[in-house]
Design a protein around this ligand. Sequence first.
Ligand code: CAA
Length: 258
Amino acid sequence: MAFETINVDVQDHVCLIKLNRPEALNALNTELLSELATALEDADASDKVRCIIVTGSEKAFAAGADIKEMSEKSFVDVYSEDLFAKVSNRIIGIRKPIIAAVSGYALGGGCELAMMCDFIIASDTAKFGQPEINLGVMPGMGGSQRLTRFIGKSKAMDMNLTGRFMEAEEAERAGLVSRVVPAKKLMDEATGAAQKIAEKSQLSVMATKEAVNRSYEVPLAEGLLYERRLFHSLFATEDQKEGMGAFLEKREAQFRDK
Ligand code: CAA
């Protein structure tokens, strides 16, 4: 399918989705969000894809929701259409792992999109922020909720209330991003991580994603039970026999997603 605001490329089981509205620093308008959700769903359904990367340009992952598009909307408009609800649910419904490779600005909806991915690899030029407060609004796609869970109340309040930007190094220290690499190495690092994931059994990959995400939704005892049951269920797969057998035979496992 041809897209206008994103580029999609699949190589070696990794689907690379590149946000492509350079004239607006990849601001997330309705068209881009809809195309992104469609591309993610296509990748989720494709046998050729085992891991997904979402990235932007060197200057901007995404500078937020599209302010031009939102500026004239009324409360009745945004409440009636439940602005951002459907698309957010489509994105968080993806079962294959999604890595956000972030360079430059990841602001407002851009930071929130990165947080909807499974983990964030940042270049040393990345800047994260929830500057919605400067527009007379507040975050609307998870900036007050996910960011608080990731980096704690004090830093989340600071970011949300002052609108300041957080550099990559601080973002890594705070637990928002998993790795920081020099800008030139960002895509190699993200692709390397995606290829590592692509080598695993997709059954254990999907179950692991599900279990980690569950930890944000339920109390610890429930989460541990959920994890244990998923762990038990993987013993019904051929890949468990192959993975453990390969270790004992001192060879590489050949997973078949069965
Ligand atoms: N929406 C629409 N257009 C945007 C945009 C956005 N979020 N961010 C940047 N642009 C556009 C600019 O209007 C500009 O277009 P023109 O050339 O046509 O004027 C172009 O992108 C380049 O931007 P700048 O000239 O501003 O570039 P800069 O390098 O001077 O500054 C920036 C970069 C600091 C990121 C600045 O563009 C900025 O502050 N952008 C807005 C950030 C923001 O407030 N994001 C939150 C949006 S609200 C939201 O996301 C709600 C939510 O929770 C879902």
